[in-house]
Design a protein around this ligand. Structure first.
Ligand SMILES: [Zn+2]
Length: 734
């Protein structure tokens, strides 16, 4: 020690307390993982220490560091202010002390300060009772992953290449060290430990584990990856926040907060181009996207390589995960938290994206498309992953292939609706199409040369054409889902008029999810898929409920089966009834104008409306009127609106008119039609599907013409004179 600048020259001792809360793994940790790091500053006017003098000074402090030595860890670095920073590892009897580190800061070979994180008063046995190999067994038992990086030869080769070191390996080398595990009073307790760095491939995680070298117990374990919330400018969706990982290399497009992770990687165009195809894609050579400050800006990533597509893909995969998690409580595509690997840039100019049973691969596009990393493509591919996880290995040709593509398109629309309902969610790949071209349109499939009717125009039958037109015929299912969600009126390729009341995309998506996860098998064609959805609807709703009717009518609209008939839709109870027990049910309207007496249990059940018209009279009855619930079935299966009903108007003598007495022409019409009838003094009422009267006209005689200015849809026309009544469905089309 330099006498002139003795210990009295030491001027300032500033203590900084920095709390580091390690991520808690299981129940091993207490939460008191606080470390004390201090900065010791020297007044260089009076204290001029060389590095060795500074170290000697530290060792002399309070005599707490017996048998402590310091080993230089890495070469000194010089910063922009000319300060050298040199790091040393604390050792006890030549065994490294974990986190025992000092950094000497010096200028012109004079130390001006020391960052100091030293472990005091160590006094333990340094001879282990178990071997390193035994300790590793305990560590791997604790981690319990199904696959490790060192077991994958491709990953091993890649690591050697990256590190330019043939001996590099992911295999956990293990080293003996002294670990300071604080007790709950933040007091140090030291353990002789083996430290292992264990990188798992499945699930993707990297942990550092300290195993007690005396008895093999796990002392401490932490995740080497740390989660971070990033902000970045995506290629198509503006500025978004997403999860990244902070690693030694920087921030990576890896998200460990969802399932076992979402990992987005760059293949750097190393696949082999083969015409429009890309083969021999070297997935093991893919590299992480790395950002230094976790602000993924356009300046950095909006480049000719379209690197901002990786930000889009990473974000889109996260929101797709969230969609299924929030709506269906599904944890990743397999519902067992499988990691989701997303790879960009397989080949240059690659115009496609696919799910290969393991991962998503996304092409950068060329002349027809921009980069495929958009929300609906990611959701479509993860949709395949879900279907695959649910129904197992399966062929993707002909109808089963088209059904599967249709399901994936449906999820694409659902996820788009989830993240941005203001977009046209029914167009698939519209965000990435160049020249305003888009691949599929579920609202108007024919605009893109694809069918909206089963086996209708544009339907493809040849196996040689896209495996039986799976990416074309799929729009029949997509259009069914569109009609079910949004509703619609029209005439399909079979010449059938249809009218569907939309039930909303959220409700419609529940039917798809339950169908895919509970009913579908490989080789599910359109008819089978229809049957499954009807069964699901049966589970979810009472059969007269609007949703149930809409599902059936939507299938009819795309050419599969009959709609809910007029008789199922509308029921007129006009006979006088006594001594009965009966259910009168219809999906749309149940109307009664009859005289009922001595009824022991009479139920009126409808999906929408129950109308008691003038003339209705019930006496000595227990009568129940119920509207079917959609989605919230009580234990009776119905949502009851009225427990009983009774009225005492006089009975009118009413009898139904015969078909031959009245003709309505044309029907369907665009709103202008004629009533042709010989009867006199009749009234006309027109009722919409919500049971509201939209037109009425009294004192008509014989033939008349009505001009109705109203929405397309299904209506009921009621023609009544003094002693008769006639009701018919009236269809107004566009
Ligand atoms: Zn597909």
């Amino acid at each position: 020690m330099n006498k002139k600048n003795g210990v009295l020259g030491f001027v300032a001792l500033l203590l900084f307390h920095q709390l580091i809360f390690a991520q808690s793994i299981g129940n091993i940790l207490s939460s008191n993982q606080a470390n004390n790091t201090s900065l010791i500053r020297f007044d260089n006017k009076t204290t001029v220490f060389s590095e060795q003098q500074a170290i000697a000074y530290l060792k002399s402090l309070s005599g707490s560091y017996k048998r402590t030595s310091f080993e230089n860890m890495e070469p000194a670095t010089m910063d922009q202010y000319g300060i050298y920073h040199k790091k040393y590892q604390q050792q006890y009897k030549n065994i490294p002390v974990e986190n025992g580190v000092i950094i000497l800061h010096s200028k012109n070979s004079i130390v001006n300060s020391v960052t100091c994180n030293l472990k005091k008063n160590i006094n333990i046995n340094i001879y282990p009772s178990i071997s390193k190999a035994e300790a590793l067994t305990f560590a791997l038992d604790y981690v319990g992953s199904s696959e490790y990086m060192w077991e994958d030869q491709a990953e091993e080769q890649l690591l050697k290449k990256i590190k330019k070191d043939l001996s590099a390996s992911y295999f956990p080398e293990g080293k003996l060290c002294i670990y300071d595990k604080k007790n709950k009073y933040n007091l140090s307790k030291y353990y002789l430990s083996y430290k292992f760095d264990i990188y798992s491939k499945n699930p993707t995680q990297r942990q550092v584990i300290y195993v007690n070298a005396m008895d093999g117990s796990i002392i401490y374990c932490y995740d080497k990856f740390t989660d971070a919330s990033a902000v970045g400018e995506t290629r198509y969706s503006g500025t978004k926040t997403f999860e990244t990982l902070h690693s030694l290399e920087g921030y990576l497009l890896r998200d460990n907060t969802r399932g076992n992770g979402i990992i987005t990687k760059n293949l750097n165009f190393l696949g082999e181009e083969f015409g429009a195809y890309c083969t021999n894609i070297p997935y093991a050579s893919a590299v992480d996207y790395v950002d230094d400050d976790n602000n993924w800006s356009a300046q950095e990533y909006d480049n000719f390589l379209k690197d901002n597509a990786a930000i889009e893909a990473h974000w889109a995969t996260q929101v797709t995960y969230d969609y299924f998690n929030e709506n269906f409580n599904r944890n990743s595509f397999d519902n067992q938290s499988a990691p989701i690997w997303v790879y960009l840039n397989p080949c240059e100019n690659y115009e496609n994206a696919f799910w290969d049973g393991i991962r998503i691969t996304i092409g950068g596009g060329y002349l027809i498309h921009d980069n495929f990393a958009c929300v609906d493509v990611i959701a479509h591919e993860l949709g395949h992953a879900i279907t695959g996880a649910e129904i197992g290995d399966h062929d993707v040709i002909y109808e089963p292939g088209a059904v599967e593509e249709g399901i994936s398109d449906i999820w694409a629309s659902c996820v788009e609706h989830y993240v941005n309902p203001n977009r046209n969610i029914w167009q698939i790949m519209d965000q990435i199409s160049l020249n305003s071209y888009c691949e599929r349109d579920l609202q108007n499939p024919k605009q893109k040369g694809m069918p909206d009717t089963y086996m209708g125009q544009y339907w493809i039958n040849e196996l040689s054409n896209d495996n039986g037109g799976i990416h074309t015929n799929c729009t029949v299912l997509g259009h069914w889902f569109y009609l079910l969600s949004e509703g619609g009126t029209g005439v399909n390729d079979n010449g059938d008029f249809y009218h569907v009341e939309g039930i909303g995309i959220e409700e419609a998506s529940k039917i798809i999810y339950s169908t895919v996860t509970n009913y579908m098998t490989p080789n599910t064609g359109f008819e089978a898929f229809k049957q499954f959805t009807m069964q699901v609807a049966n589970n979810m709703y009472c059969e007269y409920c609007v949703a149930y009717t809409s599902i059936l009518n939507a299938w009819h609209a795309v050419g599969l089966g009959e709609p809910v008939s007029y008789y199922e839709s509308y029921l007129m109870v006009d006979q006088n009834l006594s001594n009965i027990e009966n259910i009168f049910a219809a999906s749309n309207i149940v109307e009664a104008n009859s005289h009922i007496y001595n009824g022991s249990g009479i139920d009126f059940v409808s999906g929408k409306n129950i109308i008691f018209s003038p003339g209705f009279h019930a006496e000595d009855c227990f009568l129940k009127a119920s509207i079917c619930a959609c989605g919230e079935i009580d234990n009776t299966g119905y949502k009851s609106i009225q427990e009983s009903y009774s009225e005492t108007e006089d009975i009118q003598n009413v009898s139904p008119l015969k078909e031959k007495d009245v003709a309505i022409f044309p029907n369907p019409s665009r709103g202008t039609f004629s009533i042709q009838t010989p009867i006199e003094q009749y009234s006309v009422k027109i009722i919409n599907s919500r049971g509201q009267e939209i037109y009425s006209n009294n004192d008509n005689n014989q033939n008349i013409t009505i001009e109705l200015n109203t929405e397309p849809g299904i209506y009921f026309i009621k023609i009544t004179n003094a002693n008769s009544q006639y009701i018919k469905k009236l269809i107004i089309s566009k």
